[in-house]
Design a protein around this ligand. Structure first.
Ligand code: ATP
Ligand code: MG
Length: 458
């Protein structure tokens, strides 16, 4: 098939990889998201190459050329090659085999042509190949769909979603990242077949959800795709249309959630916390005699539900821990004063980053409500942001590590080793944070020894 004349600037490592395979007598193309992103003028992500070389041959060609090779997905025909320290995935031309479980093809069939390889890809915008000398191959009108901002399946959407239901969630994720609309037939097949997502491995869904959450149009995407997203996280379904019956909230819980997601920084734990921070509201809802709604205890209820969601989706442990902390504390006030800010960092495991995320969540939570009532909470969040910056810029102590006194020096001064040493250090830190003592070894040691003697007398 003749290519066209559009030219893409490839990084040198990509040109080297293509030349290395082709000089051994095979054919190779850059494919997938890299080509799509370059055509859109976006920063491209990972580099994928499709090639006529069987993976074992590709591996030996690159090894002979001195490039490290990892057999990352050999059973699907994929190896990862390191060229100039950049990882490049090289996959043999393949067509998907039969799917009996709607999860992974039972077998992979290797094919001879790039056109057959492109035909098994999910969306037209992802089924374009590029070569610096031969130009673009675009058998399904991907460039046209990119120009029109449309996500469209390659082939019959019902067949493609029945083969692999993850593609339904991928369509939603791409619409969140690219701001594209979903073509009508593709959309109606997605809605009809969304139930198939229950057969897809949780880790695959989690990876797509995370990309969705960390994208520019995540909030709109959540609002417009609850049929699909509600299949993966059914706990979110009750938020849609949930009237909070309070003057503080002008949105239902789902719309409030969508705004909060868009307002917080794009960090995984924080975006997950934004998604799930109010998921416990429906079950804690009560109405008082004036007809006003209340959600007492909703942060703890949300955290409990979020823990189940994270466990099911097998989210990473550290990310889950931070997400749960943010959800549990999102509605607990922090007084906007320096000592309280330093105590808060210490209570959050000496993590200024986690406090910064918590303030960001509070700021967003305050902003996404009735404007008339949002000002005081927004002001508090701004003050907290300013105080946190000051604490860090001045190098003010908030942790035991920054204290000018160590456990060892207390033991040297005669205090027996044991938990009491830790408690005395904590008391010293509290006194420094509260401005009662300078962070100076002599003063701190004197204070600790006198506290030790008082305890011994008691
Ligand atoms: P990203 O920028 O997030 O990496 P991408 O388009 O490169 O986006 P990948 O998940 O890296 O997405 O997949 C690379 C390519 O493989 C896709 O562009 C698409 O051509 C194809 N692909 C990936 N997953 C599927 C799938 N489930 N079904 C069909 N084709 C797929
Ligand atoms: Mg990719």
């Amino acid at each position: 098939m003749a290519g066209n004349t559009t030219s893409i600037r490839l990084p040198r490592c990509a040109e080297t990889a293509l030349e290395t395979i082709e000089s051994a007598g095979f054919e190779a193309w850059v494919v997938g998201g890299f080509v799509r992103d370059c055509l859109m003028g976006r920063d491209p992500g990972d580099l994928d190459i499709a090639s006529s070389a069987p993976w074992e041959r590709a591996a030996s060609i690159f090894r002979k050329a001195g490039a490290p090779v990892f057999e990352t997905g050999a059973k699907h025909g994929t190896i990862t090659v390191m060229i100039e320290e950049a990882p490049i995935e090289v996959t043999a031309y393949r067509a998907d085999g039969e799917y009996t479980d709607g999860r992974h093809p039972d077998s992979v069939r290797f094919v001879d042509s790039i056109e057959e390889d492109l035909a098994r890809r999910d969306f037209t915008m992802n089924a374009i190949a590029y070569h610096p000398a031969r130009g673009l191959i675009d058998p399904f009108g991907g460039q046209n769909d990119i120009r029109n901002g449309l996500i469209r399946c390659v082939g019959d959407p019902r067949t493609r979603f029945s083969e692999d239901a993850l593609r339904i969630l991928r369509a939603v994720r791409f619409s969140a990242q690219l701001g594209f609309a979903i073509e009508k037939d593709t959309r109606s097949a997605m809605e009809d077949l969304a139930g198939g997502l229950s057969r897809v491995a949780e880790e695959r869904k989690a990876a797509e959800l995370q990309k969705l959450l960390c994208s520019e149009h995540a909030g709109d995407c959540l609002m417009g795709n609850m049929t699909v997203i509600g299949q993966v996280i059914p706990e979110l379904a009750p938020l849609q249309g949930f009237d909070q019956k309070t003057p503080f909230h002008c949105y239902d819980v789902l719309e409030h959630t969508a705004h909060v997601i868009d307002l917080v920084d794009c960090k995984p734990a924080l975006r997950w916390a934004a998604l799930l921070h109010d998921v416990g509201k429906p079950e804690t809802f009560t109405i008082d005699e004036t007809g006003q709604g209340h959600f007492k205890g909703h942060p703890a209820a949300s955290a409990r539900i979020a823990r189940d969601v994270a466990r099911r989706l097998r989210l990473p442990k550290a990310q889950t821990r931070d997400m749960l902390t943010l959800i549990e504390l999102h509605d607990s006030p922090i007084i906007p004063k320096k000592p309280q800010v330093k105590h808060a960092i210490h209570q959050l495991g000496d993590s200024p980053d986690l406090l910064s995320d918590l303030i960001s969540l509070k700021h967003a939570d305050a902003t996404a409500r009735t404007p008339l009532y949002s000002k005081p909470r927004i002001r508090t969040a701004e003050l907290l942001e300013g105080l946190l910056t000051e604490v860090l810029e001045n190098g003010e102590a908030y942790s035991l590590a920054q204290l000018d006194l160590s456990g060892a020096s207390l033991i040297d001064a005669g205090i027996p080793a044991g938990p009491q040493v830790g408690r005395l250090l904590e008391e010293c830190l509290d006194a420094v944070i509260d401005g009662k003592l300078p962070n100076e070894e002599g003063e701190l040691a004197g204070f600790a020894l006198s506290r030790y003697r008082e305890d011994a007398r008691a």
